[in-house]
Design a binder for this molecule. Sequence first.
Ligand code: PLP
Length: 366
Amino acid sequence: MSNYKLLTPGPLTTTNTVKQEMLKDRCTWDDDYKNVTQAIRKQLLDLAQVDESDYTAVLMQGSGSFVVESVLTTAVGEGDKVLILTNGAYGERIVEMAKVLRIAHVVYRVPYAEQPSSLEVQALLEKNASITHVAIVHCETTTGILNPIKEIGEVVYSFNKTFIVDAMSSFGGVPMDLSDLHIDFCISSANKCIQGVPGFGFVIAKTDELVKCKGQARSVALDLYSQWEVMKRDGKWRFTSPTHVVAAFAKALEELVEEGGVNARYQRYADNNQLLRSRLSALGFEAYISEELQSPIITTFLFPHKKFSFEHFYQEMKKAGFVIYPGKLTDVDTFRIGNIGDIYEEDMLALCEVIKNYMVVKNHEN
Ligand SMILES: *Cc1c(COP(=O)(O)O)cnc(C)c1O
């Protein structure tokens, strides 16, 4: 199997040193291992620019969606109601979870290429006094749009509501001060901007808010409060923990610090994204999201012409060593290219060169 560059929003390209950490078996109740978990929890607070006196970090087995569901089932109680903002598939997934969990909810839906408005959120909160929580996706990975969590957080805070943010594909790659953003529950996972491998996710929660959640979850395995209660003592996971993945994640955090922290990583991602957008634009690929709303994470491109075959393009890119991502929109034909992970300027330049050659050859064929 070749080592492709995964230009996807997770799992993504990781370093060999991160992968090497998984060659050792570790014991879940051994102190050395539990200390790794405790160190990770502390480092996550640093990345979120918050302090142990206000916030706490909880790790949870499963992919990112498991952790979103864990927050919903734990934080939103019987008599509560959540306002869900959605402009993409991940926002819709939160709506679906609320339905299945039988959580009372209100949906504020906007078109995929647009941001939700903080004024509308304000109007909805004024109109529906029974709303207790507001949930939003930060970077909607469906399109690559970045949502305005700062303005919306201000409104949510002014109404004294609990703010839940799915920052799955942005945390660690976009600087965030959780306290400044008024986030009560921030969710992300191991295999996105921190550049670990898949297997668990984490929540950085306002401790006061998490404490209120005792006994609320409608799930045993996804009970975030119970997970925290056990983990905060000495770093023990409640059920089997993904030991290899946790070890790899600890290494990935170390490498994030070596790179210069979240600001440096953000800069690398933003440069990658800028390069990708400008080079592809010159080759006739139009981006779906306008430049001002574009995240530095992943970009959606429209097919350049009617005869464009994504399948053929995909296979040609793969032969050249790059794995790209299909689109997730129903009304227009698109594909996506992620630029996060262990990906640098030279990778972006190499990819753009391959795409350029592809377009030249294809144009001759037509
Ligand atoms: C990746 C991602 C998730 C979680 O997806 P999983 O496949 O369950 O890991 C949730 N929200 C967003 C915005 C994501 O990018």
